[in-house]
Design a protein around this ligand. Structure first.
Ligand code: AMP
Ligand code: GLY
Length: 427
């Protein structure tokens, strides 16, 4: 069969890598892809957000299955347009993707169905929001309603910070239309985890647990990024937390979405804050996480195609997922300066040496080919991912491979996975 993967990040490289292992797949295309993806798929110069262009291309090429990686095309309704043309596609509909596309909608959904989350109110009127913020006091979290490339969530330690965040979003419109509404939320303490599951709209089939590292510097210091590394499994998700996450969060959310006329099919990703073994939802994403997809897909045994098909066809209740017992760790290598401004076009060396490290794989994100050389082309550049017997060994292997790679200004966190080590030691 012919498969198209939409997107160009580390997540999409991991999807292409996993799909390429399926005996049923003959040819893979990726739009637009990156230098790593180009080694295993044909990359197209069509933007991931060009819904019309991609539909026309997939129709002409008779693509058997399309997998949409990032949130933007999902919220633009790419899945609906593909389906309307009779093309098979993996991902939620536009209505389903609202769970990520509108924080105001999702907070309302969680209130209605009793899904545990921080207390919040949504505002369009600055005066009402100011009154609420002053009444609540700090700390608070101020969030733009819509997609803001991960920048629309502002943690506010004081009332003054909350008022200026409100002004930035609602009055100055720093995030454009995404900030037409603002959610003011209770600040939640605890440890975060990513809980991802396949769902066909009824059955929820969880992937292994994982944890992201959002801050740019070690020990979770500095501004948030798209994610500087991830590992799986995440020991903070104990059996009890897992059960609660399924029974109180994932299943009621999928049922709630169906009842609201927004039947959700695809990967549902809950960002959880866990305290005293009680998970609360920080956000939902309508897709695989990036970088979580890299360690998660490395831990999935067997063919990915049948689970994608069962999700599309509403047959997940018949499906079993086979998992690797070993742990996995992904260390993201970024351009110096990220998440602020950074330079592109730096020649990357050591990729072949890194690839020779046992059970390690280098997933590409912001890379391009220039005159036969792999160069940096984005903020997050590579996701070096490794399997190991236990988190400690996976960390060692990942960093062994990382040490082989260099370019001018390359930056990575040195403490990926350390929270799991600390927790394993405590238990
Ligand atoms: P979100 O995109 O809503 O998950 O927010 C991005 C990041 O901001 C999360 O991964 C958390 O680290 C942090 N965050 C969001 N909401 C809260 C909250 N209510 N309390 C504490 N931290 C939060
Ligand atoms: N790693 C966070 C995300 O994919 O949104």
């Amino acid at each position: 069969m012919k498969v198209l993967v939409v997107g160009s990040g580390g997540r999409e490289h991991a999807l292409v890598w996993k799909i390429a292992q399926s005996p049923r797949v003959g040819k893979i295309y990726c739009a637009p892809g990156n230098a790593g993806i180009a080694q295993m798929a044909e990359c197209l110069s069509i933007s991931a957000e060009d819904v019309k262009g991609l539909t026309a291309w997939a129709e002409k090429e008779k693509i058997d299955l399309t997998v949409v990686g990032p949130e933007a095309p999902l919220t633009l309704g790419m899945v609906d347009v593909f389906r309307a043309r009779g093309l098979r596609v993996f991902g939620p509909s536009q209505k389903g993707a609202e769970i990520e596309g509108s924080k105001a909608f999702t907070k309302e959904l969680m209130k209605k169905y009793g899904i545990p989350t921080g207390e919040s109110e949504t505002f369009t009127d600055p005066a009402a929001a100011i009154k609420y913020i002053k009444g609540k006091g700090a700390p608070l979290v101020v969030k733009a309603d819509g997609l803001a490339a991960g920048k629309g969530v502002i943690i506010c330690r004081t009332v003054e910070e909350a008022l200026s965040a409100l002004d930035l979003i609602l009055v100055q419109k720093a995030f454009g239309a995404a900030g037409a509404k603002v959610v003011v939320e209770e600040f939640l303490e605890g440890e975060e985890a990513s809980f991802l599951a396949f769902t066909d709209g009824e059955t929820v089939l969880p992937l292994p647990t994982s944890q992201d590292h959002k801050a740019i510097y070690d020990n979770d210091q500095g501004p948030n990024t798209g994610g500087m590394g991830a590992y799986s499994p995440a020991p903070v998700v104990t059996e009890k937390v897992h059960r609660e996450a399924m029974e109180k969060i994932m299943i009621p959310t999928v049922r709630g979405m169906a009842r609201e006329g927004k039947k959700y099919q695809g990967v549902l990703y809950a960002g959880l804050m866990i305290k005293d073994e009680k998970p609360k939802v920080l956000e939902f994403n309508a897709r695989f996480g990036d970088p979580e997809a890299q360690p998660l897909l490395m831990r999935m045994k067997g063919d990915l195609i049948p689970v994608l098909e069962a999700t599309i066809d509403g047959k997940l209740s018949h499906h079993k997922m086979e998992l690797e017992d070993r742990s996995s760790v992904c260390v993201v290598l970024a351009s110096g300066g990220y998440p602020g401004p950074y330079e592109k076009g730096k020649v990357i060396s050591g990729l072949q040496e890194a690839a020779r490290v046992r059970d390690a794989f280098v997933f590409h994100a912001g890379t391009a080919l220039k005159e036969g050389k792999v160069v940096t082309n984005g903020g997050r550049v590579l996701g070096v991912t490794a399997l190991g017997n236990g988190i400690q060994e996976a960390i060692e292997r990942a960093y062994e491979a990382v040490a082989k790679i260099s370019w001018e200004g390359a930056y990575y966190r040195k403490d990926i996975g350390h929270k799991a080590l600390a927790r394993n030691g405590r238990d």
